[in-house]
Design a protein around this ligand. Structure first.
Ligand code: CTP
Ligand code: CA
Length: 227
């Protein structure tokens, strides 16, 4: 946490970040979630703060304390994350979606604990709203950055997400087989409309700093072109 005034390139800029997993309830004692630790998102929040930005972090349940000077809004479900973001986005200049949002949520939440009465049990699930796509497509004045977690065909899937969700940039990483989720290190392919770059495996703090540097550079260029 070392401040150099000359590096405060995002001073006066508001950055909204989602982080962590979401938790989709099945009944009063059970939920569906994923292996996201929130480490990458929290590191991105700290890195944005270090560039002088005013940072709001909408976070699912994680075992991390809020970075100093970052406003954290704690949520559980994908719907709650969407609601919190829709309010916060009205003020935001940059939106960075690092959260591992559940893609599906139970159609019905049982009001009482489900008993093990049957030999098999099926859960009906319905798609959640894509927070990143929704906010990005509805707010063209917003500089939206996504993440893409893939087990294979990283670059082609990431590029299609960049297009489909109307993003300015996307940071893609391989997941599974001990990669990314719940790890202290990660590597990213950062992709934009007419280019890309590789950030090699390093600890998530440094990786987040490198990523925020790229984001702030592209943001400044885009803002100048856009007027
Ligand atoms: N995302 C989101 N809301 C969702 C699902 C995803 O905001 N309901 C965001 C993530 O935070 C990430 C990006 O969308 O920035 C891509 O997430 P990812 O899971 O890689 O892609 P999906 O679009 O969900 O597609 P799939 O999981 O099928 O690959
Ligand atoms: Ca997904």
């Amino acid at each position: 946490d070392f401040y150099q005034p000359a590096n405060l390139v995002l001073k006066g800029c508001k950055v909204l970040i989602t982080a962590g997993p979401t938790r989709e309830p099945i009944d009063p004692v059970r939920f569906i979630t994923n292996r996201s630790s929130g480490k990458m998102g929290y590191a991105v929040a700290a890195a944005a703060r270090d560039l002088g930005a005013e940072v709001t972090l909408v976070s699912g349940p994680v075992q991390l304390s809020a970075p100093h000077q970052v406003k954290r809004i704690a949520v559980e479900t994908a719907q709650q994350m969407l609601d919190a973001c829709q309010t916060a986005v009205q003020e935001a200049d940059i939106f960075i979606a690092t959260a591992a949002v559940a893609d599906y949520t139970p159609v019905n939440v049982a009001t009482e604990k489900i008993k093990k009465s049957t030999p098999t049990l099926s859960l009906a699930l319905t798609k959640t709203t894509d927070i990143l796509a929704t906010l990005s497509l509805a707010n063209p004045q917003l500089f939206s950055v996504g993440f893409a977690a893939e087990t294979h065909d990283l670059l082609s899937y990431a590029r299609s997400k960049l297009e489909r969700k109307g993003l300015k940039m996307i940071a893609a990483n391989l997941v599974g087989e001990g990669k990314a989720f719940d790890q202290d290190q990660n590597a990213l392919e950062v992709i934009w409309q007419d280019g890309s770059t590789s950030l090699p495996e390093m600890d998530k703090q440094r990786l987040a700093q490198e990523l925020m540097h790229l984001i702030s550079t592209h943001y400044q260029t885009w803002k100048q072109q856009d007027g």
